[in-house]
Ligand binder design. Structure first.
Ligand code: BG6
Length: 519
């Protein structure tokens, strides 16, 4: 894994400049390109990570010139500066950096279903190799709907664009959703592996681009303090939360067939679970890390249909108010059926059946339109014995928590009991807090910079291997099946702007536990 200091990045350490290459974005006119991919490239230019010979080729259906494409992107970048919004925040655009990038943009109109598109792309790339020195190294970024993943990969293969020879590399970045269940993920893997070798495939999960997620490994394995107590002897249970205050944001069509479980759990929440629960890898080598991550996900105990129905809760938001603004019910959103059975919230209890975690439940929850935006991993330690405090004014002991705050207010907190000053024995729960912003000068980032740069330098540590993806789907498949076989009648069942449905509270109450408060 490549993690260098920001100071070195700003200084433009030549060792950190990516090798000459052309990056091709399929879906050049799409939302992802505008919101994340291009702003991240701009950040990489500012950090001096891209080589002089870098070229960016946009491919999309719409007929336009390179100038029109880059003009549209310029307008969007300027809009980010003026209005804010999105994942990209800057007060001012560095015009020199932006022009550096736009000067390197070309555009090719093409239909991904048409083999001619890939032939023309091949000719174009060969020309860039000659004129710009891109050296035959190509990074193909599939920022398109998932139905095009296979088509695009086989199109590249048929045009000879996936062949690596004489030290040239050809890599393909694949966005989520990677399949919609275990069978489709397996089929997609099998399909793309006909054309590409595993080492050429970079399956993105943008949670791994978050510094706070990467830091979970550093926290656990770079400190002598925590790992000895990081197991069932000391940990009571773990709560993983990804609560959002956004709704489905004009994505009704996508969300109707996806739902909260598919959208967030086998990918993002399982990344958090894997980072928290994996065994120590022997190095930062991509495969050493990924093998440990796959193992822990594979250790999630399979559930029968009855267990899945008991251990997983689904819910859908009704109208309400989020952060003081009125919000429509999910069923009133554009492109959503008036009787939709899609869940916008899910919670579940999982058991990781290995020596470290047997008997330690992992509770996961995620939802749209919740009361507060919060992504965190909360580790609850065993209660201390009470004997010593019998006969004092202390009625109960406060639990110890370690909270890894992924976003916002990135940091780590450790909660423990302290004696309240005074003549009698009284306890209070206090917290030691580490906030990233107090210690590190974080460069503006969308979270994609590291991921894109890592593709260019061939570091796959932060990407999902086929077995990681399939393990994720395998673990949630019993829930998907149980829900499909047992449609729920009581949607909607939580108000927009709330903490979620009562059924989620009951899930923990059955075990004598409660969720950490969101508000
Ligand atoms: C995406 C999901 O993958 O992750 C979205 O499709 C979700 O529905 C988003 O809002 C959450 O990411 P982040 O980085 O905003 O927590």
């Amino acid at each position: 894994m490549t993690r260098e200091s920001d100071a070195a990045a700003v200084a433009g350490d030549s060792a950190m400049v990516a090798p000459p290459c052309a990056m091709v974005i399929f879906g050049a006119a799409g939302d992802l390109t505008k919101r994340l991919v291009v702003p991240s490239l701009y950040d990489l230019v500012r950090a001096k990570r891209l080589p002089e010979q870098f070229r960016l080729v946009g491919v999309d259906l719409a007929a336009k010139t390179a100038a029109e494409w880059s003009q549209g992107l310029s307008e969007m970048m300027n809009q980010f500066v003026v209005q804010g919004g999105g994942e990209f925040h800057v007060d001012q655009l560095d015009q020199a950096a932006w022009h550096w990038l736009t000067d390197r943009m070309t555009y090719l109109q093409g239909d991904l279903n048409d083999p001619g598109t890939y032939r023309r792309l091949g000719d174009h790339l060969a020309e860039l190799d000659k004129k710009a020195g891109t050296a035959g190294n190509y990074l193909f970024y599939l920022a398109v709907a998932d139905r095009f993943f296979s088509v695009a990969v086989s199109g590249l293969g048929a045009a000879g664009l996936a062949n690596e020879q004489q030290g040239q590399w050809r890599r393909v970045v694949i966005e989520k959703p990677f399949g919609h269940d275990l069978a489709s993920a397996r089929a997609l893997n099998a399909d793309i592996l006909k054309t590409l070798s595993e080492s050429q495939i970079y399956r993105i999960d943008h949670f791994l681009g978050k510094e706070t997620v990467q830091n979970v490994m550093a926290l656990r394995f770079a400190n002598g303090l925590f790992e000895p107590i990081w197991n069932r002897d000391h940990i009571d249970h773990i709560q993983i939360t990804a609560a959002e205050t956004v709704g489905i944001e004009r994505r009704g069509k996508f969300y109707e067939t996806t739902g909260a479980l598919r959208d967030m759990v086998p990918n993002h929440l399982f990344q958090l679970l894997a980072m928290t629960a994996m065994e120590p890898p022997i190095s930062f080598d991509a495969d050493a890390v990924r093998v440990k991550k796959a193992e822990v996900i594979q250790a999630i105990r399979p559930m029968s249909e009855a267990e899945a129905l008991q251990n997983a809760v689904r819910a859908q938001y009704a109208a309400g108010a989020v952060l003081g603004k009125p919000a429509n019910a999910y069923r009133q959103e554009p492109d959503v059926a008036p009787d939709s059975a899609t869940e916008t919230f899910m919670a579940c209890k999982l058991n990781v059946d290995n020596w470290r975690w047997a008997g330690v439940p992992f509770y996961l929850r995620t939802g749209k339109y919740m009361t507060r935006r919060l992504t965190e991993i909360a580790i609850r330690f065993h209660q201390a014995p009470f004997t010593l405090f019998r006969g004092t004014d202390v009625e109960r002991l406060h639990p110890n928590w370690m909270i890894l705050r992924i976003q916002p207010e990135e940091g780590i907190a450790l909660q423990f009991a302290a004696k309240r000053p005074g003549p009698t024995v009284m306890l209070d729960s206090v917290s030691m807090n580490f906030a990233y912003k107090d210690h590190f000068n974080l460069a503006p980032s969308t979270g994609y910079e590291t991921l894109i740069y890592d593709c260019m330098i061939g570091d796959a540590t932060l990407f999902q291997r086929a077995d990681n993806i399939e393990a994720g789907w395998q673990a949630v498949q019993p829930i998907l099946d149980a829900w499909a076989n047992n449609p729920l009648q009581n949607f909607p069942n939580y108000a927009a702007g709330s903490n979620g449905p009562t059924a989620a509270d009951e899930l923990l109450a059955r075990d004598g536990r409660v969720w950490r408060p969101l508000d």
